[in-house]
Design a protein around this ligand. Structure first.
Ligand code: TPP
Ligand code: MG
Length: 321
């Protein structure tokens, strides 16, 4: 029907975008109410996150950065687990093998070698699992980006590297980040395909990811996808972008945000109507309301947990009693 997707698949993709959007908007409110800690906003990154992961099966692995902290939602991970992560509660530390979603990576780009290693390991075991790693434009300047992409390339490891180029690394613009004409061009140096897509066009992201996943699964190695857009929200709740960003440009970007854009397309194609839009949004809001209630109902963590998995033989000053 659209992008090779039928009616039900298009609706499911829309549902995932709305879920991510609702999670993000509610999280900013919860932060302002003091109910979660510092939060990395991903408003208008939903097309990249939902579109790229839509090309995966549930056996494939996702390696998120803090910008994709809620990506487990697309696999059905409970909202309370993700909220608890931002609340610093141990019940937010999910086991990666339960969901094939790696822990949220806050150090920039250090999860790229992990994704390459997991994918290579799966390949050695004869499994046809693909790993998809998400990172920002700033991450492409890190040593770990080079190590991860180069290693995956020489090993023909089945990895899809998804660069969310939102134009900014906190206050550093992409123009101060690289002399490369595009970040996708960096793929040439590793001998792998580099693809540039509109990061607000969910079907374009999906199509690029689908090709990259097929290629990886067929044994032809990694692809670098650069999904281009412009950050339309602060870097995180602790950031005040008025010090460095042009507010008019942000307003222009917000006017053609990705969820509304996909919604308009689906209405035009007769896939969505007012009732479905309303019920999809309502379902997502109910899920978030239940998620924050479940998170807040949990008992405070036992401080001992901080040390539980840190030492086989705790040093004397960590023992008590
Ligand atoms: C290794 C490392 N260095 C510095 C930081 C501090 N830091 C947090 S976010 C950020 C910017 C990253 O920008 P980008 O890769 O474009 O991702 P975005 O936040 O735009 O999604 C930096 C430098 C960090 N988390 N890890
Ligand atoms: Mg960025």
């Amino acid at each position: 029907m659209e992008g090779g997707l039928g009616h039900d698949a298009l609706l499911e993709l829309y549902r995932r975008m709305v879920l991510l959007r609702t999670y993000d908007e509610r999280s900013v409110v919860y932060h302002r109410q003091g109910r979660i800690g510092t939060y990395a906003i991903f408003w208008n990154h939903e097309a990249i996150q939902a579109g790229a992961t839509f090309a995966l099966t549930d056996d494939d692995w996702i390696f998120p950065s803090y910008r994709e902290s809620a990506i487990g939602l697309v696999r059905g991970m409970p909202a309370e687990t993700l909220l608890q992560w931002w609340r610093g509660h141990p019940s937010g530390w999910w086991s990666p093998a339960d969901w094939n979603v790696a822990s949220v990576c806050v150090p920039i780009a250090t999860h790229l070698p992990h994704a390459a290693g997991l994918a290579w390991g799966k390949k050695l075991r004869g499994e046809d699992t693909v790993a998809m790693a998400f990172f920002g434009d700033g991450a492409t300047s890190e040593g770990a980006f080079h190590e991860g992409v180069n290693f995956a390339a020489v090993m023909d490891a089945p990895v899809v590297f998804v660069c969310n180029n939102n134009g900014w690394a906190i206050s550093t613009p992409v123009s101060a980040q690289s002399r490369a004409e595009s970040l996708a061009d960096k793929a040439i140096g590793y001998g792998i395909p580099g693809v540039r897509v509109d990061g607000l066009d969910v079907l374009a992201v999906f199509e690029a990811a689908r090709e990259a996943v097929e290629r990886a699964r067929a044994g032809h190695g990694p692809t670098l996808i650069e999904a281009v857009h412009y950050r339309a929200a602060p870097h995180a709740t602790a950031d005040d972008p008025r010090a460095y960003i042009d507010p008019e440009r942000v307003e222009q970007e917000r006017a053609h945000e990705c969820v509304g854009r996909f919604e308009a397309l689906l209405r035009d194609r007769g896939v969505l109507d007012d009732d479905l839009v309303a019920s999809t949004r309502q379902d997502a809001e109910d899920l978030m309301r239940a998620g924050i209630a479940a998170a807040e109902a949990e008992a405070p963590p036992d401080p001992e947990l901080l040390f539980a998995n840190a030492y086989v033989n705790p040093p004397g000053n960590m023992r008590h009693g």
